[in-house]
Design a protein. Structure first.
Ligand code: UGA
Length: 437
């Protein structure tokens, strides 16, 4: 099938390459010329494990091409819109400028029977509004909403073998046509048993925001428990292990630490609250305000714990922050808790060096005032305290004895609870975790 993918960021670039892998002929379109020329050359414009290999593999088949010209979308039967919906400046609501622009620019190129599919995370009601516009501007086409659940760092696998597909479609024959087309797009994973749910537009939009809200709530729940553990001397990691053994609760996303960040969970819960307010249902989501507040409190707490590690004062202390990305296996620093803590430590008088295997270039753009060092060993040298904030494998596997020979003072704050406290203490370190003694 001929497919167009509008927007070639994390979501779109991975989606375009994955659709080509599934055997389709794909054109990826983006207004960013730099991104498109990278992709045309078979290079991923961001760090995502497995994507460079996938790009090379599918480009050799000739099924994947890229363009900056929307007119090149014409002739495809299914068009996926994968542009971003960031938080609006100074507000909680989502900024739909890119979604609206993408659909409006696409409409003139849609032919009879084409399916325009939104994949971006949008406030509930957006698909119905765009469907009205499509009825006017591209009357022969059908609009569907097919939310994406991929995680950065696992994007290729999550796209090729997702947990489920959700199709939001209109009622009647138009909806049936959209379902048939999407079934053809996803024929391979569907044949392998991936479940698919066919629902109305509003439900499809809400599935995505509800899923991210639930994940954020789970993380903030365990971080709230960490606060209680800190007040009582209990251990939040053991607590998470124990409650996680109940299948109804589950252990995943119960890792206490510096909290969640990134380009999705923080802005999605805020946009959801804003949308609920517009719909007169704000009371239903006031708990998300607390979820957000618990999450933000973790960052302040980590700064406080670092101060305690440094005998009560950060002034003049050399602190090495391990990790800049919002999570491992990613170079994304959007709303990264690690960088936000690093900046706070520096503001409060510490001399901060940040290291990360992949995210330093992006980090420098966000926080040019911080010092960055790509070599872990050099970054660790002569530090008065280490603060682990992104749990890259390399940091989880640090040898306490070897690191002890590099630093000036053996103080470590494990902001993700991924190190073995006993091993570090046995090597003479003053170890602090989150929500654990
Ligand atoms: C999230 C969702 O997990 C995806 O399903 C969704 O498709 C995506 O947003 C999106 O909306 O596009 P992502 O932002 O890539 O994916 O990252 P997550 O793996 O969800 O992690 C988010 C944050 O939570 C990270 O900062 C991570 O360190 C933190 N986290 C995660 C914790 O603090 N504790 C945990 O137990 C798990």
């Amino acid at each position: 099938m001929r497919i167009s993918v509008i927007g070639c960021g994390y979501l779109g670039a991975v989606h375009a390459a994955s659709m080509a892998k599934l055997g389709h002929e794909v054109i990826g379109i983006d207004v960013d010329e730099r991104k498109i020329s990278e992709l045309q050359a078979g290079r991923a414009p961001f760090f995502e494990p497995g994507l460079p290999e996938l790009l090379t593999e599918v480009q050799e088949t000739g099924r994947l091409s890229f363009s900056t010209n929307m007119a090149d979308a014409e002739g495809a039967r299914v068009h996926f819109v994968c542009v971003g919906t960031p938080q609006r400046k100074g507000e909680n609501a989502a900024d739909l400028t890119y979604v609206d622009a993408a659909f409006n620019e696409l409409f003139p190129y849609l032919n009879e029977g084409d399916i325009a599919v939104g994949k971006s995370t949008v406030p509930v009601g957006t698909a119905a509004r765009l469907a009205d516009l499509a009825a006017d501007k591209a009357p022969g086409a059908v609009l569907a909403w097919n939310p994406e659940f991929l995680r950065e760092g696992h994007a290729v696998k999550d796209t090729l073998t997702p947990d489920r597909f959700v199709y939001g479609i209109p009622a009647g024959p138009a909806g049936e046509a959209a379902t048939a087309a999407l079934d053809e797009v996803y024929a391979t994973p569907l044949a392998d048993g991936t479940p698919r749910l066919v629902v109305d537009y509003a439900t499809a939009e809400l599935v995505k925001t509800a899923a991210n809200s639930f994940l954020a709530t789970k993380i903030s729940f365990i971080n709230a428990m960490a606060e209680v553990c800190e007040a009582t001397g209990a251990d939040v990691t053991a607590l998470a292990d124990a409650i996680g053994m109940d299948e109804r609760i589950g252990r995943k996303f119960l890792n206490a630490g510096v909290g969640f960040g990134g380009g999705c969970l923080p802005k999605d819960i805020r946009a959801f609250m804003a949308r609920a307010g517009e719909l007169g249902a704000d009371q239903a989501l006031t708990f998300l305000r607390e979820v957000d507040a618990i999450n933000m409190r973790r960052r302040t707490r980590v700064v406080e714990l670092t101060r305690e590690l440094c005998s009560g004062s950060l002034i003049g202390k050399r602190i090495t922050v391990l990790g800049a990305a919002f999570k491992p296996e990613s170079d994304d620093v959007r709303d990264s808790p690690a960088l936000s803590v690093a900046a706070q430590l520096q503001l409060q008088g510490a001399t901060v060096t940040v290291t990360d295997p992949e995210a330093l270039a992006n980090a420098k753009v966000r926080f040019p005032e911080l010092a960055y060092e790509p070599e872990t060993k050099t970054a660790l040298a002569r530090a008065h305290a280490l603060v682990l904030l992104t749990e890259w494998k390399e940091y989880r596997e640090l040898d306490p004895a070897a690191v002890g020979n590099l630093v000036d003072d053996k103080n470590i704050l494990d902001g993700r609870n991924v190190l073995n406290p006993t091993a570090w203490r046995d090597a003479g370190w003053h170890y602090k975790g989150i929500g654990r003694q």
